[in-house]
Ligand binder design. Sequence first.
Ligand code: PMP
Ligand code: GLU
Length: 397
Amino acid sequence: MIQLSERLLAMEESATIAMAKKSRELKSQGKDVISLSLGEPDFHTPDFIKQAAVEALEQNFTTYTPVPGYDDLRDSISRKFLRDNKLSYSKDQIVVSTGAKQSIANLVLSLINPGDEVIIPAPYWVSYLEIVKVAEGIPVVISAGIDKDFKITGADLEAAITPKTKMLMFSTPCNPTGSVYSKAELQDIARVLAKYPQVIAMSDEIYEHINFIGQHESLAQFPEIYDQVVTVNGVSKAWAMTGWRLGYIGAPKAIATACDKVQGQFTSATCSITQRATISAMDADPSILKDMIGAFESRRNLVLEGLRKIPGLKVNQPGGAFYVFPDCSSYFGKSYRGQTIQNSDELCMYLLEVGLVACVGGAAFGDPNCFRLSYAASKETLQKAVERISTALAQLR
Ligand code: PMP
Ligand code: GLU
């Protein structure tokens, strides 16, 4: 009899990945499912990056690399931080990992003792909470609803801080809401953090380039808290490189050294070829992403227009990333063929089975009134998806 660990049993499966798996299964049974469940760009990796990977293979970059990444890759990330974020991180403050997901896991394992509290503003990205639980930390969820554009204030943060607080974890632009923190809003959070130097903030900025409202702002820009912030980023989103698996952090040196140590025992460095290819992405001028960002923006507008016409859905105006997170609570208690919808997970199951559109229920993101829809798909597909959602919801009585 196999006895799995309590740690594993306490962990939830990733809801985004579970929903993507379910929609792939239905597709393989011949069902015409539109999958808007996974946060993955539908663009291809740019050719110049692919070319750099081909050259790396030809030049036999095929062996183990330094655990935190090649020196020249970390130099290129250091230049990127300075160019795009005005952040100064030297090579030894940078650790490259097998995706930002691993960067976050390294960080939590490096900082959290059992019983330490981690403040996670909801809605949050699904994996934050589960990674904290694996490290036996205590997630302290503070909610910011749609009326606050899903963003917390410094006062919200301060009200949740206790002597046991060790970390704050959040993303801007945010997955799943698309909300973007302004400089003034980050300044307000920085003001509070500065009063609690034992609290380390993880600022997940993996969607930095997918921003429709102007300049991306980094939390680490405020000198008074620079030593308390770990900036997480990666190539999955902006450079359409989800399968290549590369994320990175810029961190205080002691934290970077700790993450390097964790990684040295768990996985070693990420793929050598991915690392060589990423140098070309880091050195590229991000203005070449303009067309892709424009495409995301016009898809966002199309989806918002469609969703806002559906009675009972409440939608914010996401300023970045490629998600919308509508509040669907007015449908709870309604039924279809004798089955009553109680929450957004059940509503998503209904949308999948009856509407043939896969989204993700909000509970896994810390807000069970909402569901997440990823609009990283063509306009035709999105148009069809919104029509299907509208038709399915109209059948609920
Ligand atoms: N952070 C956020 C907010 C995300 O949406 C994702 C999803 N890809 C990640 C981190 C992890 O990205 P990856 O592991 O692909 O670099
Ligand atoms: N981060 C993406 C998402 O939120 C990819 C899936 C995952 O890594 O969980 O859908």
